[in-house]
Design a protein. Structure first.
Length: 288
């Protein structure tokens, strides 16, 4: 019997941003304002039916910089969740390149946008018993930070008395550790943007204390990191490093590494990475 040579695995070409953004873009069912600025908005995606709808709090990335990306980058996966019976609360916030962005404004925006979900829950028939936060790239950091808000000390400019309770936080190719990102010139956002986001430590106060998720560990919230093995924008070690720190502090955290996956695939609804993230979301909303 003649043995055939092993087949050569097909080469992998990661998606580029236009591969996603040039597609026809689905639209949300409603948009609410949580402040007076034009960027202080949240889009609402509602499944067919009367509810109560399970709900995902969604946070876009773009290096915390409005000119790079806005919430519409998440429209394709928001629509996919809507079609699967899950409501989405997709938030906008002022980036570091906009008046009022940076510290504390970007964080206050994310917090106010999240808390606005509770204010509008009855109007949109949202089930708030178990809310899952999902963020991509820089939004992965903000999703985890929103889950960490109960850990922020009273007296901090970012303290909120009764923040929205997050049942589970999912980071898609995120930057969960700001200090590691600031020390990693190969992260796709660069190191300067972290300084713009948090303010330079020592200039006023060490604002890493209330902005860096690692400083706020343990969160007491189950966390999942979904990362592409071939992600050239956000190095995989930023995920593995955070996982180790969170586990060491006693949190339940899982790192899911998806082969043949870059950065864009993480929010492309047909991808294996999104299928895995969606399964995690559905499991979390079911309380499992």
């Amino acid at each position: 019997m003649t043995s055939l040579p092993a087949a050569t695995p097909p080469s992998f070409t990661p998606l580029k941003w236009p591969d996603l953004t040039k597609r026809p873009q689905p639209k949300p069912d409603a948009t609410i304002s949580y402040g007076e600025d034009a960027l202080q908005k949240a889009d609402v995606w509602l499944p067919i039916g009367l509810g109560q709808h399970p709900v995902v709090l969604m946070v876009h990335g773009g290096c915390w910089t409005t000119s790079i990306a806005d919430r519409s980058l998440m429209n394709w996966i928001a629509d996919d969740l809507r079609k699967s019976g899950i409501a989405v609360w997709n938030i906008e916030y002022r980036g570091v390149d906009r008046p009022g962005g940076g510290y504390p404004g970007t964080f206050r925006d994310a917090a106010a946008a999240a808390d606005a979900l509770l204010k509008h829950a009855t109007e949109f028939r949202l089930d708030t018993k178990r809310i899952v936060a999902v963020g991509h790239s820089a939004g992965g950091h903000l999703a985890l930070w929103l889950a960490a808000r109960p850990r922020i000390a009273r007296g901090s400019p970012l303290y909120t008395a009764n923040p929205l309770k997050i049942a589970r936080a999912i980071s898609l190719g995120g930057l969960p550790d700001l200090e590691a990102a600031a020390a990693s010139p190969d992260n796709g956002c660069g190191t300067d943007v972290v300084a713009q986001l948090v303010g330079k430590p020592g200039s006023r106060i060490d604002v890493y204390g209330d902005t860096s998720v690692t400083r706020l560990l343990p969160l007491g919230v189950r966390q999942d990191l979904v990362n592409g093995r071939e992600d050239k924008i956000i190095p995989l070690r930023l995920g593995t490093g955070y996982e180790a720190q969170a586990r060491a502090k006693g949190d339940r955290v899982a790192l899911h590494i998806v082969d043949r996956t870059g950065h864009v695939e993480l929010i492309a609804p047909e991808s294996a990475a999104w299928a895995q993230a969606k399964h995690i979301i559905q499991t979390a909303l079911a309380g499992r």
